[in-house]
Design a protein around this ligand. Structure first.
Ligand code: ZN
Ligand code: ZN
Ligand code: ZN
Ligand code: ZN
Length: 384
């Protein structure tokens, strides 16, 4: 019914427009007629002849909704207004296109359904081959379908709950918890050694992470006494060593070649007794242990020319520990190259001469050690 009404109006508009402004002159039917009459071609004269007034009236009747369509259409075509009529028709359709097109065919829609997702709506698009389309059948978004997995915190990493959508794979995390931190307990304690620090290891009970702390310094070696491995001779060096009583490490030193020191020592004893004899004092007896000690002292005074052992003790302490010794003395010298030279130097020095001529001494040991071309001399005196 609506379609029919609109259709009628459309025709009416077409007629009005073809009459070039009927609205303005609708109040003057005569004017309308005047316009129609000149526009009708000569060929169509019989139409105007047959019913010029009817024609005009028919037009007016049609607009009023009466059924005289055929007459109207004839007027349109015969008045040469078909092109303008169609343009008028299109003008009408542009103001009411759907309705106008609806008149042309029954839409045949093809449905194209878009499924809903976790986050977007579903819907169906209906499309007609004419291009007409509309959207309908909306469905709600599905929402995510999460499965949860709990990740526990560790010493160094926080924990959380992982939500993963089984449909779309979207992942979110929540329920964060802080890292636990390490939980240490005291582990192995390593004692210091001669050369390495001691320490205690602390181990995390949960993850096994460990660190060392409570360091104690290395103790340093505890050297024992020197022992001669190879005696030095006049033609070859000797070797002596001592061992750390804690770690067993062995320190080795070379004993210098004796060169002529053996003979020199004997010559010094001879010269000492010659001086004593001159003064009417009993000669001294050379004793082997005193000779060895005097030789050791000659090596020691190379680096420390003093009446002092490397450990700071008096050199006479050792002498006094020997059997039968109640008193003792020591002379040292360096730089003299012969027994005569060194005896000359000592005899010209009061303190040294007193030792050489001391009547309370009965034993002597002499050492001579050469280092860097210089000779280091030692006399050890002892008495009981
Ligand atoms: Zn259609
Ligand atoms: Zn999802
Ligand atoms: Zn840990
Ligand atoms: Zn050691």
């Amino acid at each position: 019914m609506n379609l029919h009404r609109l259709y009628s109006i459309g025709l009416c508009a077409a007629v009005c427009l073809s009459l070039s402004g009927c609205a303005n002159k609708s109040e003057k039917p005569n004017d309308v007629r005047d316009i129609v009459t000149p526009s009708v071609s000569e060929e169509n004269s019989k139409i105007t002849q047959s019913a010029p007034n009817d024609a005009v009236n028919s037009a007016g009747n049609i607009s009023a909704g009466t059924a005289q369509n055929s007459s109207v259409s004839e007027i349109n075509s015969e008045s040469g207004q078909v092109p303008s009529s169609s343009s008028a028709s299109s003008a009408v359709s542009s103001t009411s296109s759907n309705s106008a097109e609806s008149s042309e065919h029954e839409h045949s829609y093809t449905a194209n359904t878009v499924e809903p997702t976790c986050e977007t709506q579903g819907y169906t698009v209906y499309t007609c081959s004419c291009g007409n389309r509309y959207t309908d059948n909306f469905t709600d978004a599905l929402g995510h379908s999460y499965t949860q997995s709990v990740v526990n915190p560790t010493c160094t990493n926080g924990g959380y709950t992982l939500n993963e959508c089984t449909r779309c794979g979207t992942k979110t995390m929540d329920n964060y918890t802080e890292a636990l931190g390490h939980s240490y307990s005291k582990g192995e304690t390593v004692a210091p050694t001669c050369t390495a620090s001691g320490y205690t290891t602390y181990v995390c009970k949960n993850c096994g992470f460990s660190y060392n702390d409570d360091y104690t310094g290395a103790t340093g070696h505890a050297w024992g006494n020197w022992s001669v491995v190879t005696e030095a001779t006049a033609t070859s060096t000797g070797k002596r060593q001592c061992e750390c009583t804690r770690c067993g490490e062995i320190r080795t030193e070379t004993i210098a070649r004796l060169s002529d020191s053996g003979n020199f020592a004997d010559e010094v004893v001879t010269l000492v007794n010659a001086e004593r004899t001159k003064q009417g004092i009993a000669p001294l007896t050379a004793r082997n242990d005193l000779n060895e000690y005097a030789q050791l002292r000659s090596t020691e005074i190379v680096s420390n020319f003093a009446h002092e052992r490397p450990d700071g003790a008096s050199p006479l302490d050792y002498v006094m520990s020997l059997s039968g010794v109640m008193r003792s003395g020591e002379n040292i010298a360096w730089g003299q190259s012969t027994p005569e030279e060194v005896m000359n130097a000592w005899m010209n020095s009061d303190g040294h001469r007193k030792n050489i001529l001391n009547p309370d001494f009965t034993l002597i040991g002499v050492g001579c050690f050469e280092s860097n071309g210089r000779k280091y001399w030692t006399q050890i005196f002892a008495g009981n």
